[in-house]
Design a protein around this ligand. Sequence first.
Ligand code: AMP
Ligand code: MG
Length: 266
Amino acid sequence: MHLRIAPGQTRVDLAAYNPDDTGAVTKEAAGAELKELQSEMAVLQEKLYAQSRYALLVVLQGMDTSGKDGAIKHVFDEVNPMGVRVANFKAPTAEELAHDYLWRVHRQVPPKGYIGIFNRSHYEDVLVVRVESLVPQSVWEARYAQINAFERLLAETGTKVLKFFLHISKAEQKKRLEDRLADPAKHWKFSAGDLPVRARWDDYMAAYSDALARCSTAEAPWFVVPANKKWYRNLVITRTILEALRELPLKFPEPEPGLEKIVIPD
Ligand code: AMP
Ligand code: MG
């Protein structure tokens, strides 16, 4: 099963993706590979930053407890925080609602040289907004094409876009929500408001399927990340980001001319 949704694929059947999948990798091997990849990511990120020509935008989507926060913490462990920007998207404010839905998103797109991480994103505008009927169908239907056009703009102006759906099972979410209830240090992550969302699991999966099928493009592909095992989730995301960074023509900028003649005075 290809984790990357092919552009032009008209249907995505999420039930066909096993959230328990670990790609025949052991946890130990995954840990070792992750460490190596993270070192390489740190080197490439330094070039990305120094060159200031390209940016990378990583979009993380998934149900509550799917591991968006955990992925941010573990995948970007080794990169220089100076070059990373995280944006969290919550329910829009009155000011945000007074603008088009991409307004708040576009201003969080990473500048050249940076890695931007979206913890939720403009996809909420075709997920929660669709499931909860916050706008009429004609309005959210138009958004898939708008989102594709927006992401093409980003790609054509130097921002590599990678989108990850963290795929957990409903049973795994139950366990994780129970853990949050049982552990006082995790109470802050629990919201009773997550339960009505869980109750509409199938509607969310249908909305995700459509978003993945309609918005996985060559410029901005979607990846389905098996996420029941946190260590495999982290490995898949890290591998994918590295493949993308390796493809960019990253190099340190040309030095100022004449550096070899410069003597630093005492
Ligand atoms: P969390 O990520 O758990 O802090 O929750 C953020 C909440 O904001 C989630 O329930 C999202 O569904 C919600 N949210 C994010 N973007 C939007 C949006 N565009 N419209 C409505 N709700 C949103
Ligand atoms: Mg939450």
